[in-house]
Design a protein around this ligand. Structure first.
Ligand code: ZN
Ligand code: ZN
Length: 265
């Protein structure tokens, strides 16, 4: 079978934050640290799989975190409309990954059982644990479930030939990474299993965490899943746009040929 194309689509960024927001126990905790927000598109001929959905204007206003692009409209340079998307891998249900589910009304969702249980269970009684979730996004996933369009995985699962998901946990109870076969080898979209290169390379936990041990074990797991360390793509790192070539638009980068430069570790 042929390999998959992988496109990283940046729809937002935020520079009003510091390294303390990205790394636990960091010496330069008050230095500025910008974060990017991405969704990812996998394509092989007519087959299309979206990984995560971003969030919309309403959520941007509610959280005071502006978006640059509507995640549905952002697919246009790839020749796709939101209605064309029939498969969405939801890495986890945080607002910046599940906040655009309603923008893709024809999609079946691929989700870990433990993520749905976590987002709808007693842990959400705690403000701290509930903070990255938005009730409307979780309700959208439940609506999709009641219309027969959710596929659950427990641990590892296959979405398509050459595309598998792997439960990592750590940052959210049922966070899953996506492994995809590309021309460069097995690539791993870490999503929030590693927000930045520095999280996994320096083994520094991200502060939003439900289980630190799972997060640290997850950094090792990502390395096992990828053919080479440079094929692990962190979920929120602006450096991704320096390491990979621009693609169909200035905000879309093409990942599947592999990095265009050495990635320092
Ligand atoms: Zn997250
Ligand atoms: Zn995130």
């Amino acid at each position: 079978m042929t390999d998959w194309e992988v496109h990283a689509i940046k729809y937002a960024e935020r520079s009003d934050r510091t390294r303390a927001d990205s790394f636990i126990f960091d010496d330069n905790h008050d230095a500025p640290h910008t974060i990017d927000y991405y969704i990812w598109l996998l394509r092989r001929g007519d087959e299309v799989i979206l990984v995560d959905t971003g969030y919309d204007d309403e959520e941007a206003r509610a959280r005071g975190r502006a978006i640059r692009l509507d995640p549905g409209a952002a697919l246009a340079p790839l020749g796709l409309k939101p209605e064309d998307i029939t498969q969405v891998i939801v890495t986890h249900l945080h607002y910046d990954h599940a906040g655009g589910l309603h923008l893709f009304p024809n999609a079946t969702l691929y989700l870990q059982t433990s993520e749905m249980a976590y987002a709808t269970g007693p842990c959400m009684c705690h403000d701290t644990l509930r903070m990255p979730f938005t009730a409307g996004h979780v309700c959208e996933a439940i609506k999709r479930l009641y219309s027969g369009r959710v596929v659950f995985f427990d641990g590892d699962g296959q979405v398509a030939e050459g595309v598998t998901v792997h439960c990592i946990g750590g940052h959210s109870r049922g966070l899953q990474a996506v492994r995809v076969r590309t021309q460069a080898g097995w690539m791993v979209l870490a999503s929030d299993a590693s927000h930045f290169y520095e999280n996994m390379y320096a083994r520094k936990p991200f502060p939003i965490v439900v289980d630190v041990q799972n997060m640290l074990d997850g950094f090792d797991r990502l390395h096992v899943l990828a053919s080479r360390p440079e094929l692990i793509v962190p979920g929120h790192d602006p450096l991704v746009r320096s390491y990979f070539a621009p693609g169909a638009a200035d905000y879309i980068h093409r990942l599947d040929p592999g990095p265009i430069t050495e990635i320092p570790r």
